[in-house]
Design a protein around this ligand. Structure first.
Ligand code: ZN
Length: 347
C-alpha cells in the first residue's frame, strides 16, 4: 500500500503529514524549535493523518495480534544529580572531566549514592510488564553545552543494557540536529562504546529542523529518529501515530529513514509546559492512547531516567500497567523499526 498516494488525496492531510508549515516558520522558540503554539493545527490530540490512512484501508499487524504498540524510550541527560546539588565548583570540575579525588570515592559511577545511574532498575521495572526500552545516551565533549557525563565512563552500564535486551541510541546534543559533522562524530563515539552500529536517534530538547535533520540522520546512517513531537504539548505533531518515512517537499522525494513520532514526554505534562496535575495528566494519557488504539498506532513515550521517583514513578507504572492489560506490544525503538521495515518496506 502506497501511503503517500492516499495522503496526497487530501491537501490539508498532506500538508499536516509533511509538516509543511515548518518549512518557513513564522515563529520559533528560544531553542529554535517550532512550538505547538505556533502551529495552525488545533487538533493536536487527534492523529488525523493516521486516521485518514485507516479510513482508506491501511492496517497493521503486530506480533501476537497486539491491538497497538508502545515504543518506550528514555533520554539520559542527567546521571550525577547528587553532584549537581553539591554546588557549582563540583559541576565545573565534572565538566572539565576532573572530579576531585575527594569526590571520586563518594560518587563513583557504581555507587548507590548516584540516584540516576538507574538503568538496571528501569529495565527490571519494565520487564515486569514484559517490555523493553531504548536508552538514548549523549556522547558530548567537555566543551559542549549540557555536558553532564562522559559516555566513556559508562562502558559496563551500556554493556548491561545491551545484554538484557535493551537498546542504546544516540541523544544528540544541543546543536547536533543542525550539524551533520557533529552527528557523525557522536555516532562514532557511541559506537566505539557499543561495539555495534547505532540505529536510533533523538535530539536533546527535541530540537529538530524539518526536513534537514532527517536528511542529515539518513546521511549519517541512522535507521530511525524519534524526535518529532512537541515539547510544549502532548499529541501528534504531524497527525501520525504510525512510523513512516518522511517526505521532503523541497526535493519531492521520500527520505530513507524511519520516523517513530514522539507522542508524549514526561516533562510536557508538568513543569513549564502543560502544567497539569497528576489526574489531568492521566486523563490526557487515556484520551490520546485511546485514539492510538483506534488506529492500531504506536504510542511513543519519553520518560527521563531522573523522573522516576515519587508521583512521577507512580504515573509511569500506571501507564505501563494500562498498556500491559490492553495487551499492547511494548518494546524499544529498534524493534519497532525492524518490524516496520519488514511490514511496510516502502512507506
Ligand atoms: Zn535531553
Amino acid at each position: 500500500m502506497d501511503i503517500y498516494k492516499i495522503l496526497q488525496m487530501d491537501t490539508s492531510i498532506w500538508d499536516l503529514f509533511t509538516c509543511k508549515e515548518e518549512y518557513y516558520p513564522q515563529l520559533l522558540d528560544t531553542y529554535g524549535r517550532f512550538p505547538y503554539y505556533a502551529s495552525k493545527n488545533r487538533d493536536i490530540f487527534m492523529p488525523k493523518a493516521s486516521q485518514y490512512l485507516s479510513e482508506h484501508g491501511f492496517s497493521v499487524e503486530y506480533p501476537d495480534n497486539a491491538p497497538f504498540a508502545v515504543c518506550l524510550t528514555h533520554d539520559i541527560d542527567i546521571i550525577y544529580e547528587s553532584i549537581r546539588t553539591k554546588g557549582h565548583s563540583a559541576i565545573r570540575n565534572l565538566k572539565r572531566g576532573n572530579i576531585p579525588e575527594s569526590l571520586q570515592g563518594l560518587y563513583s559511577l557504581h555507587s548507590k549514592k548516584i540516584p540516576f545511574c538507574n538503568f538496571i532498575d528501569i529495565m527490571a521495572l519494565e520487564e515486569q510488564y514484559n517490555s523493553k526500552s531504548t536508552f538514548f545516551f549523549m556522547a558530548e565533549n567537555p566543551e559542549d553545552q549540557d555536558y553532564f557525563y562522559n559516555i566513556e565512563d559508562l562502558g559496563s552500564e551500556i554493556g548491561e543494557i545491551v545484554d538484557r535486551g535493551g537498546e542504546v541510541g544516540l541523544h544528540g546534543g544541543h546543536t547536533t540536529f543542525s550539524d551533520p559533522e557533529k552527528m557523525r562524530e557522536k555516532k562514532k563515539k557511541l559506537e566505539k562504546m557499543l561495539n555495534r552500529p547505532v540505529q536510533g536517534y533523538r535530539n536533546h530538547y527535541l530540537r529538530f529542523n524539518v526536513p534537514s535533520t532527517w536528511e542529515y540522520l539518513k546521511e549519517a546512517g541512522f535507521k530511525y529518529d524519534s524526535t518529532l513531537g512537541y515539547a510544549d504539548c502532548i499529541g501528534f505533531r504531524n497527525g501520525m501515530c504510525h512510523p513512516f518515512r518522511p517526505f521532503n517537499i523541497d526535493s519531492q522525494s521520500v527520505i530513507d529513514i524511519i520516523e517513530i513520532p514522539l507522542i508524549m514526554m514526561d516533562m510536557t505534562f508538568f513543569n513549564t509546559y502543560m502544567r497539569l496535575n497528576m489526574n489531568q495528566a492521566w486523563e490526557l494519557f487515556l484520551r490520546v492512547t485511546q485514539e492510538i488504539e483506534r488506529c492500531q498506532g504506536v504510542l511513543t513515550i519519553l520518560w527521563h531516567n531522573n523522573n522516576l521517583l515519587n508521583d512521577w514513578r507512580k504515573l509511569y507504572v500506571k501507564i505501563l500497567e494500562y498498556c500491559s492489560k490492553k495487551n499492547a506490544w511494548i518494546t524499544n525503538g529498534n524493534t519497532i523499526c525492524q518490524w516496520w521495515d519488514n511490514e511496510h518496506s516502502r512507506n
